[in-house]
Write a protein that binds this ligand. Structure first.
Ligand SMILES: [Zn+2]
Ligand SMILES: [Zn+2]
Length: 347
């Protein structure tokens, strides 16, 4: 590798990831270049990993750098950038909007009609360097390390946003279906907000992780009917809120069924295209069906303050720490859906 090239991870599909090199990018006007210090493998990367190669080639995704959960240090700034400055520690907000439309101005660039995602339109964060607009960086305070930063960028922020949507509180029972990293963080936030939480999965290892975190109840949906478990946990009528992080139709429909009247269902996990049968839940039980996509830019400080005040054991969800050279094996492990979070250390 010459000094003007960097290592990066690409994903051609068909369960293949490759380590390659690209030229180190230069920041354009209003851009910053970030030296990546921490990144991670996400469930949504696995969807790309499992995608057929021909499909990824057709859209031009196979050559783009993979990864959207990243934190690092600003290394260079383009013309016109006054903030952040070289040397600042930052987290990358991975839904990159135009910066000037109504949604971007409201701190919700995910709704921008010109939104650019990593490994979709742009090169992602599993590289030595990434260039992003200065407005897509969030300050990482000194009391959070780069590993925290990579978790905050997606999994922690996603869980926080979903639990807020469900309005979790101390007088509620809440179900979380899917106990992968986002599900486990959802459990943590919901319990810290006071809710009593039942977790549902089909993998004993993931149920065990939730139990170690002190969850109130669990259900292995491969052995016990999750709808019955939710109803019983909620005192007969069902739970007040359910959050699905699994992305599976069976889990989503069960979570919806297990809600009590006026219950709230929040869809978070990306996965199957579910067709919901909604007439009965809407008419006869007056449930609310909504979704939640990551977190909003204006929630950043709330998220940091919540973690500080509640001292959530966020690192307990980490199963493995790797260097980028171990990514091929790590993706195989993540693909098994039996493990906790896998972090990539770039320091
Ligand atoms: Zn993610
Ligand atoms: Zn916009």
């Amino acid at each position: 590798m010459t000094s003007d090239r960097m290592q990066c991870l690409i994903c051609p599909g068909d369960r293949i990831v490759e380590l390659t090199t690209k030229p180190i990018p230069d920041p354009g006007p209003d851009d910053v270049r970030i030296r990546i210090m921490g990144s991670a493998i996400c469930g949504s990367d696995l969807h790309k990993y499992r995608q057929p190669r021909a499909e990824r080639d057709e859209h031009g995704y196979s050559k783009l750098t993979l990864g959207h959960e990243g934190a690092g240090v600003v290394d260079a700034v383009g013309p016109g950038v006054t903030h952040p400055a070289v040397g600042d520690r930052v987290v990358i907000y991975h839904l990159i909007g135009c910066g000037h439309c109504e949604h971007c101005r409201h701190g919700e660039p995910g709704f921008c009609r010109d939104m650019q995602g990593f490994n979709w339109v742009r090169d992602g964060v599993n590289a030595d360097y990434v260039v992003v607009p200065a407005r897509s960086t969030l300050p990482l305070p000194d009391d959070f390390d780069f590993e925290d930063g990579a978790l905050l960028a997606c999994n922690l922020g996603t869980a926080f946003g979903a639990v807020r949507k469900a309005k979790a509180s101390g007088d509620m029972t809440l179900a979380v279906s899917g106990l992968g990293p986002v599900g486990l963080y959802t459990v943590m936030f919901a319990r810290a907000m006071g809710a009593s939480v039942i977790g549902i999965d089909v993998q004993p290892s993931r149920i065990e992780m939730a139990e170690q975190l002190g969850i109130d109840a669990t259900c292995n949906a491969a052995e016990t009917d999750p709808v019955e478990a939710m109803r019983e946990f909620g005192g007969g009528d069902g739970v007040h809120a359910a959050i699905d992080t699994s992305g599976f139709t069976q889990a989503r429909t069960a979570a919806l069924e297990g809600l009590r009247p006026h219950g709230v269902f929040v869809e978070v996990g990306i996965g199957e295209e579910t067709v919901y049968k909604l007439s009965a839940p809407l008419n006869a039980r007056e449930i609310t069906l909504t979704g939640s996509w990551i977190f909003k830019l204006y929630e950043w400080e709330d998220l940091l303050d919540f973690l500080r005040r509640h001292k959530l054991p966020v690192k307990d969800v980490i199963a493995k720490r790797i260097r980028i050279g171990e990514a091929i094996e790590a993706f195989k492990l993540a693909d098994s859906a039996t493990t906790g979070k896998i972090m990539i250390d770039w320091t």
